[in-house]
Design a binder for this molecule. Sequence first.
Ligand code: 13P
Length: 257
Amino acid sequence: MRKKIIAANWKMNMTQGEAAAFVETLLLELGDESDVDVVIIPPFTAIPKVTEALGAAQNIKVGAQNMHWERSGAFTGEISAAMLRDLYVRYIVLGHSERRQYFGETDEIVNRKVRAAHEALLRPIVCIGETLDQREHGNVEKILAHQLRGSLADLNGKELTETVVAYEPVWAIGTGRNATPQQAQEAHAFIRHTLTQISDSATAEKVRIQYGGSVKPENAAELMSQPDIDGALVGGASLDARSFAQIVKAARPDDRD
Ligand code: 13P
């Protein structure tokens, strides 16, 4: 049984004060959640504040939204995996469509970062997904397979099982228009099938595949009930602690409240 993983991608939002208030409310709602893996992914500047506010809540982990693939050096404005480890970061979002679209990240760049993350024992959350145009032209599987093979090239089985894949159809991000549970399940099943080809079925069965794109408290439970949907990468709805907590609760195995 794959444990569900729900992550809050705050993108370029939240000051330190807002981050601390968020965590305080989240802990009141969830306690130190253990039924679901919960990851908070603030902008770099709020990472220490989130860790501090989590205090003894060891189960809730902290992630970051990007990093460079080199260990150190003359790369003005960049941050390394070791620097993130130094801040107790455990997960790293790589290849988000906003980075691919606005910052020119290719599968090759994403792959370098994924390999550097594993080397530093950070768990990558690797984002893939098609645009509306690609979907309308019937190219969903072609695009997903290409992004997956490129971004995850040269990983061994252990590294693959410690990688989270996030299926985020670009047309569903920030639009309020989520993929239907059936559309998402179809894409997730295809991703798992491709992972089987990349490695083997035992490995592919262990990889967690999150859905991302307009996940809200109202649609989370149905999305999460699909056999190959192992969690959610939440943008907009993760900025409100109560909404995010409701999404986490919707992912609990027996719907306990
Ligand atoms: P929204 O939940 O705002 O659609 O964003 C999804 C996303 O990009 C998470 O990484």
